[in-house]
Design a protein around this ligand. Structure first.
Ligand code: AP5
Ligand code: MG
Length: 210
C-alpha cells in the first residue's frame, strides 16, 4: 500500500497518519514535518525554508521532489504521503518517481473539511515536542503539558488565524487542482473529515481493507 492523504490545512492528515501507523506497517512521510525539522536544525537551507514555510507559502517543487525522493528510497515499507503532492507538477513528478522505483500509488484519500472549520482547528492545535502527539486544546484554557506523555507543547509559527487563512487560499489555488489530477484514476476516494477522529479513521480503514 502506498497512500496519499490529501486535505486542506487542519483536515486531519497528521492525526489520521498517526492512527494508520498503529494499525498498518507503513512509513509516514509528512513533508511539513520534514521541512520543520530542517528549519529547526538552523542550517542555511533551513533558514531559507523558514522564510517560506512560516508565512504559509509553498516551497519550490524541484526542491520538494528532491527531498522526497531521498526519503522514499530510504524505505521498503508502504508509504503514507502526508502533504505531498501539493501541486500538479509534484503529482506528475511523483508518478515518474514511483514508476522508476517500481512502486505504485494504491490509494488517494481526500479528507474533506468545510472551510469554516479550518481556522478554528488550526488555532486550537498544539503539538508535543517530546512524543509528537497532535492535540486539540481549548483555546480559552489551553493545556500546558502533553496529555499523552507530559512533554512540552508548542504552537507552529504558521498556526495564526491570518496564516491559516492564507494557507487555505494557497490550498485552493495550488493543491485543489491535484484532486482533478487523481479523480479519474480509480484510486481517488473522499472521506468526511468533519466527524470524530475515530469515525474518520474507521472510514479510511474500510477503504484500505476493500
Ligand atoms: P503541513 O505541515 O503539511 O500543513 P498543512 O497541509 O497546512 O496541514 P496541517 O498539518 O496544518 O493539518 P493536518 O491536516 O495535518 O491536521 P492535523 O491532523 O494536525 O505543511 C506546512 C507547510 O509546509 C506548508 O504550508 C508549506 O509551506 C510547506 N509544505 C509542506 N509540504 C509541501 C509540499 N509538498 N510542497 C511545498 N511546500 C510544502 O489536525 C489539525 C487539528 O485538528 C489538531 O488540533 C487535531 O487534534 C484536530 N483534529 C484532527 N482531526 C480532527 C477531527 N476529526 N475532529 C476534531 N478535531 C480534529
Ligand atoms: Mg499535518
Amino acid at each position: 500500500m502506498n497512500i496519499i492523504l490529501m486535505g486542506c490545512p487542519g483536515a486531519g492528515k497528521g492525526t489520521q497518519s498517526a492512527k494508520l501507523l498503529q494499525a498498518f506497517p507503513l512509513h509516514h512521510i509528512s513533508t511539513g514535518d520534514v521541512l520543520r525539522a530542517e528549519i529547526a536544525s538552523g542550517s542555511p537551507l533551513g533558514k531559507q525554508l523558514g522564510e517560506i514555510v512560516n508565512k504559509g507559502n509553498l516551497v519550490p517543487d524541484e526542491l520538494m521532489v528532491e527531498m522526497l525522493e531521498k526519503i522514499v528510497k530510504s524505505t521498503d515499507k508502504g508509504i503514507i504521503f502526508d502533504g505531498f503532492p501539493r501541486t500538479v507538477p509534484q503529482a506528475e513528478a511523483l508518478d515518474t518517481m514511483m514508476q522508476r522505483l517500481h512502486r505504485e500509488i494504491t490509494h488517494v484519500i481526500m479528507i474533506d473539511l468545510p472551510a469554516q472549520e479550518v481556522v478554528n482547528r488550526i488555532c486550537s492545535r498544539r503539538q508535543c515536542k517530546k512524543c509528537g502527539a497532535i492535540l486539540r486544546v481549548d483555546i480559552k484554557n489551553p493545556l500546558e503539558k502533553c496529555s499523552a506523555c507530559g512533554g512540552e507543547l508548542y504552537t507552529r509559527p504558521d498556526d495564526t488565524p491570518e496564516r491559516a487563512t492564507h494557507r487555505l487560499e494557497v490550498y485552493r489555488n495550488s493543491t485543489l487542482p491535484v484532486k482533478n489530477y487523481y479523480q479519474n484514476s480509480g484510486k481517488y476516494v473522499e472521506v468526511n473529515g468533519n466527524q470524530t477522529p475515530e469515525k474518520v479513521f474507521e472510514d479510511i480503514t474500510k477503504i484500505l481493507e476493500k
